[in-house]
Design a protein around this ligand. Structure first.
Ligand code: ATP
Ligand code: MG
Length: 235
């Protein structure tokens, strides 16, 4: 059984034209799946539909065989989906510790234990726990955003452009952190503009164009496809 199946998703904003036009993707246990595609293709919208932040007007979403299409964002989180947004994904005027604390379930008794686990995994956060999040570097901020996403112990982590704005070196380090998380057993669905690097570490990838997946395949194979390189990867 697939971990996540989003089938024929139609979604948009207000009365404007639909952004997603019967888009379908799936994620299997253990996978890193990357979605690439041009600006405005609907990549972030698709992650938001999976996270329950934008409603699907048509189509269905199954998580571990359960139909979660009608679940709101809170119930999606309870079902095991965690979403790290593309922008403004930490609270700059709160400390690292406070950012983690507010990312726990409200009724969760084991938040402190979870935070200690995350400090062990990411010692940089432990060292800076009392600092304001706005003092972090771009790469450190993304680690914090990811750690916040891990506070609910998700079954599937959604990452929207985790390496946006990072130097090549910081981006590589973040990809290493993402791969390490995945090796620990967590399936990851991410959107990336650093397409070659992201596809290289991905089990599978999708190319989303105008709200519809136009190609799908093993990450390294997609990254090497001449047509895809020409269209999306700058040659
Ligand atoms: N909250 C919103 N209200 C209205 N339109 C929106 C909203 N969010 C996104 N859109 C529109 O939906 C379309 C797809 O946006 P989306 O953010 O999903 O694209 P994307 O593929 O993630 O692009 P990028 O690569 O620039 O992040 C765009 O035309 C955008 O203007
Ligand atoms: Mg986007």
């Amino acid at each position: 059984m697939s971990l996540l199946v989003a089938r024929d998703i139609v979604a948009g904003y207000g009365a404007a034209e639909q952004i997603l036009k019967k888009a379908s993707i799936h994620v299997e246990a253990g996978e890193i799946v990357t979605i690439i595609g041009p600006n405005g293709a609907g990549k972030s919208t698709l992650l938001k539909v999976v996270a329950g932040l934008v409603p699907a007007r048509e189509g269905s979403i199954q998580l571990g065989g359960e139909d979660v299409t009608r679940f709101g964002a809170v119930d999606r989180t309870r079902s095991g989906i965690s979403f790290v947004p593309q922008e403004r994904n930490v609270f700059g005027n709160l400390s690292i510790a406070e950012n983690l604390e507010i990312s726990a379930y409200r009724d969760s008794g084991d938040a402190s234990r979870r935070i200690e686990e995350l400090y062990e995994r990411y010692p940089m956060l432990a060292g800076k726990r009392r600092d304001l999040a706005r003092t972090l570097s771009g790469g450190q901020r993304q680690i914090l955003a990811m750690a916040m996403g891990l506070m609910t112990a998700p079954k599937l982590l959604l990452l929207d452009e985790p390496t946006a704005g990072l130097s090549p070196r910081a981006a590589d380090e973040l990809f290493d952190a993402i791969v390490a998380l995945n090796r620990g057993g967590l399936p990851i669905l991410m959107v990336e503009q650093h397409a070659v690097e992201a596809l290289a570490v991905s089990t599978r990838g999708y190319v989303l164009v105008s709200g519809k997946e136009s190609a799908e395949g093993p990450g390294p194979q997609l990254a090497a496809d001449p047509e895809i390189r020409r269209l999306f990867l700058g040659g």
